[in-house]
Ligand binder design. Structure first.
Ligand code: 2X7
Ligand code: FE2
Length: 329
């Protein structure tokens, strides 16, 4: 693989393990329980879901729609607040595309308007959130040490993409949990022979950084599943009479993947995710799901499929994994 994407692993820096000053993290309260990655969530971002929710941050208004997926998110939010209680959300999103390397948003307070380029009539969202800069920098440093081409984004003028904002809003509309946002390196889209191997490395870097900084983190993989969609929209975008899977092939493959997720453990998903991408043009090709499961060490547990639904024909599922596989509570 080209050195544009991978550099030789650098020797460990002198002085042994790097230390991070955890007193500077945005949420200065003591960590309530065990630190580490406490959950991973497949959290799809189609702008339709935000549009249907009518939050004050989004300009367009709707009459609803896609309720089953939105109810799944509602249950997920309750688990995040009551069970996981993270001090950071780390999101990997396919529409922050970087052509060279993996970028980490290290801007302390990103603010602006995020617009969906294909559906601007559904998503024009004013965002204003806090980054856990120390953790973001730690992830970038760990990724560099593991040989990935990595950059820290410091320019506050760069607009945050709708896949990052969409997943974060749906998981935490109060925006009261600090964030680290990671880009999707475009490599897998351009090089068909490229595997998702790099995402395993980025996952490992993420886990190391979370543990080193003592954070309690929930990871968000901002991906849809099967990804063929209609080229025409109904006059009323939320007309649910028109919403259904693109075709039965796409639907059956989504079910095949979700059944394997529900069965557990996660290790067989490594191969199945690749087969599902080939069969359905799945958005997981951007690597978010692989990154997240790799960061969790491919846990020996089933995932909790909290909801599935199509959006303009694409497949979307909200799924939660915890390291121990406990889903109730
Ligand atoms: O980004 C998306 C997507 N993933 C699926 C469906 C429709 C729009 O946007
Ligand atoms: Fe998308």
């Amino acid at each position: 693989m080209s050195r544009v994407f991978r550099v030789p692993v650098a020797p460990a820096r002198s002085g042994g393990a790097r230390r991070y000053d955890t007193t500077e993290r945005p949420s200065a309260e003591p960590t309530p329980a065990r630190a580490g990655i406490v959950a991973g969530v497949l959290s799809p971002h189609p702008p339709h879901l935000i549009y249907a929710e009518n939050p004050p941050q989004n300009e367009p208004r709707s009459t609803g729609g896609w309720e089953v997926l939105r109810w799944a998110y509602e249950r997920l939010r309750k688990r995040i607040r009551e069970v996981h209680r993270p001090d950071v959300l780390i999101v990997h999103a396919p529409h922050w595309i970087t052509m060279v390397g993996h970028h980490v948003n290290c801007v302390p307070n990103p603010r602006g308007v995020s617009v969906e380029p294909i559906f601007p009539h559904l998503f024009r969202y004013s965002y204003d959130f806090r980054t856990d800069v120390e953790l973001g920098e730690a992830i970038a440093d760990e990724a560099t040490d593991l040989g990935l081409v990595t950059r820290k984004l410091h320019d506050p003028r760069v607009r945050v993409d709708y896949a990052t904002i969409g997943a974060l809003h749906l998981v935490n509309p109060a925006w009261d949990i600090p964030v680290v946002s990671l880009s999707a390196n475009n490599n897998p889209y351009f090089y068909s022979e490229a595997s998702l191997e790099e995402m395993e490395v980025l996952g490992e870097a993420t886990r190391r950084a979370v543990e080193r900084t003592g954070r309690r983190a929930v990871l968000l993989a901002s991906n849809s599943l099967s990804h063929l969609h209609w080229h025409e929209e109904p006059e009323l975008p939320e007309d649910m009479e028109r919403e259904h899977p693109y075709n039965n092939h796409q639907y059956r493959w989504d079910m095949k993947l979700l059944e394997a997720i529900r069965r557990g453990p996660t290790a067989p998903l490594r191969e199945l995710i690749t087969e599902h991408i080939e069969a359905t043009a799945s958005e997981t090709k951007a690597g978010s799901l692989t990154w997240m499961l790799a960061a969790m060490g491919w846990p020996q547990v089933p995932g909790d499929v909290m909801g599935y639904g199509t959006i303009i024909g694409t497949g979307n599922a909200v799924v939660e994994w915890t390291p121990e596989g406990g889903h109730r509570g």
